[in-house]
Design a protein around this ligand. Sequence first.
Ligand code: LMR
Length: 333
Amino acid sequence: MRKWLFAAAMAAVIAAPGAVMAQSPIIIKFSHVVANDTPKGKGALKFKELAEKYTNGKVKVEVYPNSTLYKDKEEIEALQLGAVQMLAPSTAKFAPLGAKEFEALDLPWLFKDDATYAKAMKGPVGQWLFKKLESKGITGLAYWDNGFHMVSANRPLLNPADFQGLKMRISGSKIADRYFRDLGAIPQILAFSEVYQALQTGVVDGCENTPSNYLTQKFHEVQKDITVSNHAHLQYAVIVNTKFWNGLPADIRKELDKAMDEATDYTNSIARKENEDALAAIKASGKTTLHYLTDDQRKAWQTAMRPTYGWAKGRVGQEVLDLIAKELDIKMN
Ligand code: LMR
């Protein structure tokens, strides 16, 4: 038996001496659900470029965009099992990880602008949330921005009453479920890769998302009316399997941390412009009508969605709500 193994090994050396001598790279599979041409898609490719450069090819990052490897829920399971090493899911999808506190970030009209969001995530709120992942075998590395949600259907959504009875696709957060119910809609969770077809065939009537996601998934081609409402925010947490991450040689991990820091700055710096450009392209396509809320209409939405705040306490707990309220200098109730 031993002799046979030795012979096989020798044959391999003779066939491909370089392959046996060279150390094979550490592979990081980075799976995500959006297109390459989005803030997250570009961020993942930037991380790949920098990680491979800083480690002199000792690490190879394989980016799988557009749910090519896994859909929403499956990718989180795959990370916990170690089948992929890195993800950047929307924080609205963290309840299956046992970290529903992240859903506090989905509260409607929470962040008044991008800068307020960025500041909150860099401070204690972002850190506190990452701590929630530790016991789940997951390490949080960074927060990546996308921007504010629009909302759409095949009729103009201008007043809360316009939502009555509409089936709205949501990505997973119970907070989003709740604010759509406040408006009289019927929310339904669907994986991101299934949304276009669900809209096209009428399985759902409408959805919410950022301009870059609408454009790259062509949602605007199957929704007659989009309201640029900015009613909630979409952000991602870049997460890794802790066992994998802590098992990396320290010098490699240091380079990867550097690559991630730079990829994060890059992603967060392009998110706004990417979405502005996407919105302009949606408008130019002529395939949908864009609507903007008047001050009175916005106030009516805010009033209608307000009960979500009282309800959120039972879902995400008081602690995270207090932290956010302090950070943003706002009242939660
Ligand atoms: C969604 O499912 O709508 C989003 O989470 C997609 C994404 O990752 O931007």
